[in-house]
Design a protein around this ligand. Sequence first.
Ligand SMILES: Nc1ncnc2c1ncn2[C@@H]1O[C@H](COP(=O)(O)OP(=O)(O)OP(=O)(O)O)[C@@H](O)[C@H]1O
Ligand SMILES: [Mg+2]
Length: 327
Amino acid sequence: MLLEVRDLHVEFHTRDGIAKAVNGVNYSVDSGETLAVLGESGSGKSVTAQAVMGILDMPPGRITSGEILFQGQDLLKLKEEERRKVRGAKMAMIFQDALSSLNPVLSVGEQLGEMFVVHQGMSKKDARAQAVELMDRVRIPAAKERVGQYPHQFSGGMRQRIMIAMALALEPELIIADEPTTALDVTVQAQVMDLLAELQREYNMGLILITHDLGVVADVADNIAVMYAGRIVEKAPVHEIYKAPAHPYTRGLLDSIPRLDQKGQELYAIKGLPPNLLAIPPGCAFNPRCPMAQDVCRTDVPPLYEVTESPVPRSSACHFWKECLHG
Ligand SMILES: Nc1ncnc2c1ncn2[C@@H]1O[C@H](COP(=O)(O)OP(=O)(O)OP(=O)(O)O)[C@@H](O)[C@H]1O
Ligand SMILES: [Mg+2]
């Protein structure tokens, strides 16, 4: 397994108390696999990713327990210097907002080239040639002419391609893309997503794709992990989840996708608000919003049950996964 996150807990010390942002996350991704991580705002998707990358704000953040195994090695046990070598060379992250991730006063060629100068000791001239090649790979037209231009001279979609190029530069084994297309308009979103999926296949990388967008997920992901209040509530191959979710929260997410064949109908929305991470409800964190909740849901935290009826491995943290699956 390329990456395995085991029972990860992260909290933030805030003025109002301790916010439990990640509460026992387990997920894994293999080479060549795309894992989509879904969930409402505040469910801990980014914080988990930041912990994996080693870029969590500490303080106020604190990893209180868990393991992050990368190629079998626990990253949480590495010294910062060793950690830095892994980051960039072996794993890379793509963020939503390319403009604030790129340096406005350096040309894109210099920024791309810097990866090779710093990590591989390449000469500036060779690094520039590599930068042009990378820009070609992510299909920036006229790369040779544009390599000296600055980030603001590129469109949003092109800037996101440059971010992808930066992430790919050192041919990492794992890429984490945190809502990589959210800031783009719909057509450009699809192009950037296709490009990312294609490069991922070509390089046989593991890809963790964080998104709100279930539409995107269906096309590119192999597996889905759904997060709620800092936990994984359902994990399954993408097609299984679309056929029949085994968690009421996943069902709610699926029901809230607009569908062309139901034009004019009111869009379903999951009732209630995401939980307050300073005071997560006892039992199942989703119980106050769950249409299926029973007494046990208000007292007992559901473990991640194996969905035994499934021919492929999948799991659900719902006491009533069976009812949900058939409901
Ligand atoms: N630096 C920080 N200091 C304090 N709290 C933080 C910090 N970073 C994240 N949090 C809290 O951790 C929780 C989880 O945040 P996270 O960014 O992982 O959510 P998310 O699932 O990525 O949401 P979104 O879809 O909006 O990006 C949130 O309640 C957030 O306020
Ligand atoms: Mg986020």
